[in-house]
Design a protein around this ligand. Sequence first.
Ligand code: TTP
Ligand code: MG
Length: 394
Amino acid sequence: MVAPETDYRCIIHIDADAFFASVEQRDNPDLKGKPVIIGFPHGRGVVSTCSYEARVYGVRSAMPAVQAYRLCPNGIFIKPRMERYKQVSDAMFDIFDRYSPVIEKLSIDEAFIDASGEDGVQIAAAIRRDVKHELGITVSAGVSYCKFVAKLASDSCKPDGLRRVSREEAQSFLDNLPVSRLPGIGPKTKSKLDTLGISTIGALRQMPETWFVRVFGKSAKRFQDMARGIDNEPVTPWREPKSVSEENTFEKDIDSTEALKGHLAILAQNVAFRLRKARLKCRTVGIKIRFHNFSTITREHTLSEPVSSDAEIFHEAKALLEAAAPEKPVRLLGVTAKGLVPETSRQAPLFEPPESPWDDISRSMDRLRNKYGKPVVLLGSCLRSRTEKEQDTG
Ligand code: TTP
Ligand code: MG
């Protein structure tokens, strides 16, 4: 069982209700009580989220927006306003800061707050009150002795709820939940468990250790522990840095576009590596070019899906460089990643395929880089700058 020295732990999980849609309803009271769907019902658009009024019709996050339109033709479709949501999110995290110095940001609208040694229910209630009063939206809160039970507790009382699950209650609370509620169980693992007739966390808990090892491999202990309500993961204070960038001032100004691309590949690879190390992805890739006369330009491009692979970041940076068609010679080149989001913010489950095949390749390259302390696998384009260098110096 859980070590007694962790008994004082009290963890709050907070998650805003229908976040983007609630911000729209708050900014435009005409939308209150109506089915609001964030997304556009044409083309290949998907639903970001929708108000609880729209959920009654079966509309859900990540659903094709045309399908949402079929389910809820009287839904009010709204184009996302990310800047605005970010503003409200920042204000919400400022409220959390009042109550604890130990806050782990999980996504734009979700956090763990360590309230160990204090009355978690009272703190969660105060946070809910402040957010509602000052920001005009509701958040749900779970209070428990560990992170994942606190999260399941807040999920279970949405919207506008507060639920505490004590250590004593945890096992029966967990036993009745569908196994898919455990973090890390994606649709693939779920259907595998379905075929074995394991639909609840309680049923999972009954399975022998050897079975866990066979099904979950390296993660066997983590899943077996979770099924038993054991989770000693600390709340790790974390806020995303605003950007990650790398730049290089050349010893000699560079005249050749091919050589510039080679240098750009190295910079992109370093930025991507640092992102992955921090378990982040970026939505915006930027470049900076300083010319021999010190005039400087920057260019950036925002993507629909966040990325962190070497290849994807280089691809974007290269397109920006080509579009900028810089007058040469170039004195300095830089690559920046902005619009950072946690790697797992979109609930990428442990057993789901990575979002891009490049993610997998990057991970293998990182293992080598971590082992040898330097990049051992280079994008083909990096070699161009090397060859140039060798020619220069040779
Ligand atoms: P969630 O907290 O997962 O969802 P939510 O706040 O809309 O609703 P809930 O009450 O169930 O918590 O995500 C927070 C925001 O992130 C959400 O408002 C919109 C955005 N988002 C997407 O853009 N795409 C997605 O697939 C999901 C799940 C969320
Ligand atoms: Mg939410």
